[in-house]
Design a protein around this ligand. Structure first.
Ligand code: TK8
Length: 352
């Protein structure tokens, strides 16, 4: 075959290029013969992207949007294979797969990443944000950037933040409205020291575990409760195994959009730009969907029969006071300047 025919195949039939399913560094295929005739070889890359939540959850919708955008922006030369519902493993397992280069993309909660970058613990502080706009300001501002900049030394590239959201407590024992109601409750928590110690301070019995084990732990009563944003409580059907939903809104969890550094370093600047732009664009879409779904899920959960209770502002303040010494202790370790910068940014949004 002469160079012209080869080039034509590259232009008109890129989808016929065979893509090998190798693991490391994303599978890339070059047409045999490569540069020989002067026409640059067309590379097709296939990226494996996995998340912990379901396809119908805003995180899943966001990932599908990201895949579409990457395919569009690259003219089909980059393809994203999507995996939902922890099919490729939980947040930590997938993040480790990125480090070793056997998976290209994942979008975990920041909390389990505290075992790699402890400073992510500042996002586990309860009662920092009152609304999503305050979270956006911190995540999209210098504090969020500082944390993303700590990822490359862990073999990870952090492109942007998506939204997991404000967490609410569910349990099978009683409505939780005041601090005393936490007493003795066995609660599944995220794998984060800040979460574990904050729940202990409130008198609960925290049991950290990966997300995919939560439903059966609730069902088998290994734990009494768990806490997650409303869209997750609905999408993962926790209402089937929980009686009470308390609108604690006690903490906001970000998702962080991660790419394997091993893979990233082998990309052209153009390819990197495509992923960067697509992750941010899809992130805007995902945040919007999540905020809509949050309202919708509250209605849906009520109609499923879970008993919902509010938390009075004064009880929230009491909870805040109880966890304060825990947070002061962590700030010494995570960096008082960083923590201050986070609160300053929030106060700026509040006009203080
Ligand atoms: C999904 C997790 C989950 C998180 C948790 O992978 O573990 O409770 O809130 O949604 O990131």
């Amino acid at each position: 075959m002469n160079w012209f025919k080869k080039a034509m195949i590259g232009i008109t039939l890129p989808s016929l290029l065979v893509v090998s399913a190798c693991g490391g560094g994303g599978s890339a295929t070059q047409e045999a013969g490569g540069q020989a005739g002067g026409a640059p070889a067309k590379q097709t890359r296939t990226l494996k992207a996995g998340i912990g939540l379901n396809e119908d959850h805003p995180q899943g919708q966001g990932l599908k949007k990201f895949a579409e955008l990457v395919e569009q922006k690259s003219g089909g030369s980059m393809k994203v294979q999507t995996y939902f519902a922890a099919q490729l493993g939980d947040d930590l397992k997938m993040t480790n797969a990125l480090k070793s280069g056997t998976q290209e993309i994942t979008i975990p909660s920041t909390s389990p990443l505290t075992s790699m970058v402890k400073e992510f613990g500042v996002f586990d502080y309860p009662f920092v944000f009152n609304n999503e706009q305050e979270a956006d300001a911190v995540l999209d501002g210098p504090v969020g950037k500082k944390l993303l900049d700590m990822l490359p030394q862990q073999g990870l590239i952090g492109l942007t933040y998506w939204e997991n959201g404000f967490r609410n407590l569910t349990n099978s024992k009683r409505p939780v409205a005041a601090p005393e109601d936490f007493q003795g409750l066995k609660i599944r928590t995220l794998q984060s020291k800040v979460h574990i110690e904050a729940f202990s301070a409130l008198g609960a019995n925290p049991t950290p575990m990966p997300f995919s084990e939560v439903f059966s732990a609730l069902e088998g009563k290994t734990v009494d409760g768990q806490e997650n944003p409303l869209p997750t409580i609905e999408s993962n059907k926790f209402y089937e195994v929980q009686k009470y939903l308390s609108l604690t809104n006690h903490v906001y969890t970000p998702f962080v959009f991660l790419v394997s550094k091993k893979f990233w370093d082998g990309l052209t600047p153009d390819e990197q730009k495509i992923l960067q732009e697509a992750s941010i664009e899809a992130g805007k879409f995902q945040r919007e969907k999540n905020r809509e779904q949050n309202k919708q899920s509250l209605e849906n959960l009520k109609s499923k029969g879970i008993e919902v209770n509010e938390v009075k502002p004064e009880d929230r303040e009491k909870m805040q006071e109880i966890v304060k010494p825990v947070l002061d202790k962590f700030s010494k370790d995570l960096g008082e300047a960083l923590v201050k910068e986070m609160y300053d940014e929030v106060n700026k949004v509040r006009g203080k």
